[in-house]
Design a protein. Structure first.
Lengths: 227, 400
């Protein structure tokens, strides 16, 4: 079973004469443990794919199946609890890591667990373990302002992994990092994809990182052109 | 995890400073309520201290506080003889402003019959007036010492005792002297005025040809006796016998045609509804305006604080947070700010209210009501922020 299946995924913004097709007929599958990149220039439609798969943007047409659950079929499936799906099945990593500035590193991870109903003590224990595994054991009580870019991104990865999601979606995770830190993050994502058996879908235009991916889907003008 | 507390802890400097600012504003609101209650307490201080059942004043007046009232002192005997009256005592009131230690010194002078009632309600230091002349008891707020002298009218008066918080309806501290002294201070003319009056009367009488010089002399002595008399008071207060019908007593005194007998309720109504109504409305308006300002400030603070957290809110939504987590964060912050500000305002007034020039009376009901209003304002004000937060799209967390 695929972790992500997209079939003729289309997203059109606006209506009539002003309609803009951001993504047309995107069809792809990602297996658990696979690290896949959407590579393309700005405005090519790769973030649109991410938002449709991430249950943020409703697809205009096409089908999306996440971990065996059909979440969209020409629009959202009726009765689907998008927030719950996001909490339980998805993990997000952002370009600007989006850590909550008033929470410490461990609390930033805990918040994802507590939102998903995990008790405070259990959440703290698991978060600390996760950060420790990402070599941030000594930084758990630091606020994001005290962390370097690489450390912040690793905390964001820990938060994305906290609920052991089947799918991790990363939006330009290395864009704000230098080459070394960017490579470290990609290596980490690859290890995590394998160890957690999670499908990781990365949107990037960063050609420095291409060798880290299992598969690359090139996107141009709203279409998958290669991959 | 409580996100509101975490945010406050992280931004504690800003939160505390904002709360202090809001607290000062709420302190003013609390003090306004206290001043309003103080107006009532001041207005009724003399009435309550006198412990009379009936205030007999000049006919067609709302005296002796709201309007001038002058009645003859000896009417006390007639009032005392009315069935149902246990005791009647004359009182004189006047506001005096003199210069003391090169500053204006204003107080409310009460003259009372040393054998009657209406004198100082309590003696906190020293003693009560014993001599018929030249002794006085002053309210603590006059800040006079026992043995200190005050020159009033033609004589010096020595402070022999200190009483508590008795003030006039306009908040001036009270001083007590014997009725005779008060009448002297209020009505006694100086020697020049007496000589002038006598000369004028003499000249007028000399112009009347039908009066012989001997008759004129007798007439002049009589007229001068009347014009120089000080036996006038502002009111006669009366206490009734147990079980006496106040309505009956009032009816009897009304029948004399020259006096108006006011019950304590009527006197209270004159003082509170008439004299301080405008001040009450003024203070009420100020309180409403300040509360509106407070709610606008809270709304703005919560709204800008929400704008600061748009990305945080978007991230929380993206990772699947329920709306109640986000609403709770904003609402709790608003409530905590309101509670802290109220506490600051309350403590501020509690520490300073006795230093205010006018009396501030803090009543539990007023404080509790204001607290409830502040909580309601916080909840209403946070809706603006909550509305904004609920409109935030998870997609706003994406991008650089």
């Amino acid at each position: 079973m695929y972790a992500i299946e997209a079939e003729k995924l289309t997203k059109i913004y606006g209506k009539g004469d002003t309609a803009v097709t951001a993504m047309a007929d995107a069809t792809f599958q990602v297996k658990p443990g696979e690290l896949v990149a959407f590579l393309g220039p700005s405005g090519s439609g790769k973030t649109t794919i991410l938002t449709c798969i991430g249950l943020i943007n409703e697809p205009t047409r096409g089908k999306v199946i996440l971990d065996g659950t059909t979440v969209a079929d020409d629009g959202w499936q009726r009765g689907i609890d998008l927030k719950r799906m996001r909490r339980e099945k998805l993990g997000f990593i952002f370009q600007a890591h989006n850590l909550i500035p008033f929470l410490s590193a461990v609390e930033n991870v805990m918040v994802a667990l507590e939102i998903n109903g995990v008790g405070r003590n259990e959440a703290r224990k698991r978060s600390a373990e996760l950060l420790d595994a990402l070599n941030l054991g000594h930084r758990i009580n630091n606020y994001p302002t005290a962390l370097s870019g690489g450390e912040s991104q690793r905390v964001a990865i820990a938060r994305a992994l906290a609920n052991r999601p089947r799918v991790i979606l990363a939006d330009e995770p290395t864009a704000a990092l230098d080459t070394e830190n960017g490579k470290n993050v990609m290596t980490l994502l690859k290890e995590l994809a394998l160890s957690n058996n999670s499908a990781i879908l990365v949107v990037t235009h960063d050609h420095r990182m291409v060798e880290n991916f299992d598969r690359i889907l090139k996107v141009s003008d709203g279409r998958i052109v290669d991959g | 995890m409580n996100l509101a507390i975490r945010d406050i802890r992280y931004h504690r400097g800003r939160f505390i400073l904002t709360s202090i600012g809001l607290g000062l504003l709420l302190g003013v609101v609390i003090s306004m309520g206290g001043i309003y209650r103080g107006l009532f307490a001041d207005a009724l201080a003399t009435v309550n201290a006198t412990k009379a059942d009936l205030w007999v004043v000049q006919q067609d007046t709302n005296g002796p506080f709201a309007e001038n009232s002058r009645i003859p002192e000896d009417i006390r005997y007639r009032i005392a003889a009315v069935p149902g009256v246990a005791q009647a005592s004359p009182l004189s009131f006047q506001t005096i402003q003199i210069d003391r230690q090169a500053k204006p010194f204003r107080f409310f002078l009460i003259g009372y019959d040393l054998n009657g009632f209406g004198g100082p309600p309590e003696i906190m230091a020293g003693r009560n007036i014993r001599q018929k002349h030249y002794e006085m008891v002053t309210a603590k707020a006059m800040k006079m010492k026992i043995g200190e002298k005050l020159h009033l009218g033609l004589h010096d008066y020595t402070v022999v005792g200190i009483t508590g918080k008795v003030v006039s309806s306009s908040g001036d501290p009270a001083a007590y002297v014997s009725l005779a002294d008060a009448q002297d201070i209020q009505f006694k003319k100086d020697n020049d005025a007496i000589r002038n009056d006598r000369e004028r009367i003499g000249t007028n009488l000399a112009g009347i040809q039908s009066i012989s010089p001997a008759q004129g002399k007798i007439l002049m002595q009589n007229i001068a006796g009347i014009t120089e008399s000080t036996h006038t008071v502002n009111t006669v207060v009366a206490r009734l016998k147990p079980g006496a019908d106040i309505g009956e007593v009032q009816k009897r005194i009304n029948r004399w045609n020259h006096f108006r007998p006011l019950s304590v309720e009527e006197q209270t109504k004159i003082l509170t509804k008439g004299m301080i109504e405008k001040a009450r409305m003024q203070l009420g308006m100020f309180r409403i305006i300040l509360l509106v300002i407070s709610s606008v400030i809270i709304s703005l603070i919560i709204y800008t604080s929400t704008l600061d957290k748009i990305r945080v809110i978007a991230t929380l939504k993206l990772i699947g947070s329920q709306n109640r987590v986000i609403v709770g964060m904003i609402l709790q912050q608003s409530l905590l700010m309101g509670i802290l500000a109220y506490g600051i305002g309350y403590i501020l007034i509690l520490l300073t209210y006795e230093k205010f020039p006018r009396r501030i009376v803090l009543e539990a009901f007023d404080l509790q009501s204001l607290f409830v209003i502040v909580i309601a304002i916080c909840m209403i004000s946070s809706f603006v922020g909550i509305r904004k937060a609920l409109k935030v799209e998870p997609a706003e967390a994406l991008g650089g």
